[in-house]
Design a protein around this ligand. Structure first.
Ligand code: NAD
Length: 368
C-alpha cells in the first residue's frame, strides 16, 4: 500500500478530463496502475448505444499522461463511427498502455492488463493495435474473454489485413463507379503509398484487374516483395504526388492528405487503408471536394479489419468476414449519394450516417 501523500486532486486536473469527455461525448474513462508490473493504462469507452465498446490496445511511450489521454479519447471516438457505419452492433472504445514496448513489455504486464480489462465486465473488448502483437493478445486472453483478434492457433481469425485490403479494394471500386460511371479499374493509374500487409494485398487485387500500379514505400524489402511478384512502377517520395494518376491509395500512415499533397495531386479519387488520412477533416475534406477529388472516408473503407474481429466474437469464419465486408461497397455509394444530395463532404456524410444509426438504434433499445 502506498504511504506517500497524494497530490491535491486539483493538481491532477480531473475537471479537464470530464470536460474533454463532455466535448467528445465519452461515456467512461478508466485509469489503471499496477505497482508490481509498472502497468499504466487508460481505457476510454466512447459510446455503447450499439453494443460493447470494441477497440485495440496501443502501447506507446507517451511524453505525458495527458498526451496518452488525448490519444485514447480521439481513437475511441473514431471506433464508434467505424462500428456504426459498418452496421456492427458494437460501440467504440480504445486502450493505451503508457510505456516503451521494447523494454517494458512482459507476460506479467500483459496479463495484469487483461485482468483490468476483465474488471470492466465486457463493456470494453480489446484487440491488437500499435505495438501489441499476437503474443501479447495470447497473454491478455489468459485473463479475460473480452478480447478478440486472436491468432488462429487460439481459435481466432488471425491477421485481419487481407480482409481490410478487400474492403479498401471494394471501397475503391465504389468510388470508381461514382466518378467514372463503372467500377472497372482496368487501365486506371493507381498510386499505392505503403505496401505493407494491407498495401500488398491491395496491389494483388489491382493487378488482377489490370490497373496500372505505382508504389512507394520506405521499406525496401516490402517494395521488393511486390516487384518480384508484379509489374509495377516504383516511385519516390519527391515525385510521388506529381504523377499523373487517377487514384491515390494511402496505405502507410495518416495525414498524407494535406495542404502540400493536395497542391500537387492530380487524381480524381482518394481511397486507401490508412487511418485519419485527412490532416484536418474539415479543411482537407472540403479542399478535396473543391478540387473535384472524391474522398472515400477512411474509417468506412478500411473497416474490414474491425469486421473481421467482430466476426471472431461470434465464432470465427473467414468467409462470413469477407461477405460482411462486401457491404462496404454499397455503404460507400450511399455516403457519396448523401454527400451530393446534402451538399456536404463525403467525410461529413459518413459521420452523419454513423450518428443517425447510433441515434436510431439507440432509440429502439428504450424500455417498453
Ligand atoms: P504495415 O505496417 O504492414 O505496412 C505499412 C507500410 O507503410 C510499411 O511497409 C511501411 O514501410 C510503410 N511506410 C511507413 N511509413 C511510410 C512513409 N512515410 N512512406 C511510405 N511508406 C511508409 O501496416 P498495414 O497493416 O499494412 O496497415 C497500413 C495502414 O492501414 C496503417 O495506417 C494502418 O493503421 C491502417 N489499417 C490497417 C488495418 C489492418 O487490418 N492491418 C486495418 C485498418 C487500418
Amino acid at each position: 500500500m502506498a504511504t506517500t501523500t497524494l497530490k491535491e486532486t486539483s493538481n491532477l486536473n480531473i475537471s479537464a478530463v470530464i470536460e474533454n469527455m463532455q466535448t467528445g461525448g465519452h461515456e467512461q474513462v478508466v485509469h489503471f496502475y499496477d505497482k508490481a508490473t509498472g502497468l499504466k493504462a487508460i481505457v476510454a469507452i466512447h459510446n455503447t448505444y450499439l453494443g460493447p465498446a470494441l477497440g485495440g490496445t496501443r502501447m506507446w511511450n507517451y511524453a505525458s499522461e495527458s498526451e496518452a489521454l488525448t490519444d485514447v479519447l480521439r481513437l475511441s471516438r473514431g471506433m464508434t463511427y467505424k462500428a456504426a457505419i459498418t452496421g456492427l452492433n458494437l460501440g467504440g472504445g480504445k486502450a493505451v498502455i503508457i510505456g516503451d514496448a521494447k523494454t517494458q513489455k512482459s507476460e506479467a504486464l500483459m496479463r495484469r492488463f487483461g485482468k483490468f480489462v476483465n474488471g470492466l465486465a465486457g463493456r470494453y473488448i480489446t484487440a491488437e493495435d500499435v505495438n501489441i502483437g499476437t503474443k501479447d493478445m495470447e497473454y491478455i486472453s489468459l485473463e479475460t474473454k473480452h478480447c478478440t483478434g486472436l491468432p488462429e492457433s487460439f481459435g481466432g481469425g488471425g491477421d485481419p489485413s487481407p480482409v481490410t485490403a478487400y474492403g479498401v479494394y471494394l471501397g475503391m471500386k465504389a468510388s470508381a463507379k461514382e466518378v467514372y460511371g463503372k467500377d472497372d479499374l482496368k487501365g486506371k493509374k493507381i498510386l499505392v503509398q505503403g505496401v505493407g500487409k494491407v498495401g500488398q494485398t491491395l496491389v494483388d487485387y489491382l493487378i488482377k484487374e489490370e490497373a496500372i500500379v505505382y508504389i512507394f514505400d520506405i521499406n525496401a524489402d516490402n517494395v521488393k516483395l511486390v516487384t518480384s511478384k508484379h509489374k509495377v512502377t516504383v516511385v519516390d517520395a519527391l515525385t510521388m504526388f506529381d504523377l499523373d494518376i487517377d487514384i491515390y491509395a494511402p496505405c502507410a500512415l495518416g495525414a498524407t492528405v494535406n495542404n502540400d499533397s493536395l497542391s500537387k495531386l492530380r487524381c480524381t479519387i482518394i481511397a486507401g487503408a490508412a487511418n485519419n488520412q485527412l490532416a484536418d477533416e474539415e479543411i482537407h475534406g472540403l479542399l478535396c471536394a473543391e478540387k473535384g477529388i472524391l474522398y472515400a472516408p477512411d474509417f468506412l473503407i478500411n473497416a474490414g479489419g474491425l469486421i473481421n474481429v467482430s466476426i471472431e466474437l461470434e465464432g470465427y469464419n473467414r468467409d462470413r468476414a469477407m461477405r460482411k465486408t462486401e457491404h462496404i461497397y454499397d455503404a460507400a455509394l450511399s455516403v457519396f449519394k448523401m454527400a451530393k444530395e446534402e451538399k456536404i463532404t463525403t467525410i461529413q456524410a459518413a459521420k452523419t450516417t454513423a450518428e443517425r444509426r447510433i441515434e436510431e438504434i439507440g432509440r429502439i433499445k428504450l424500455p417498453y
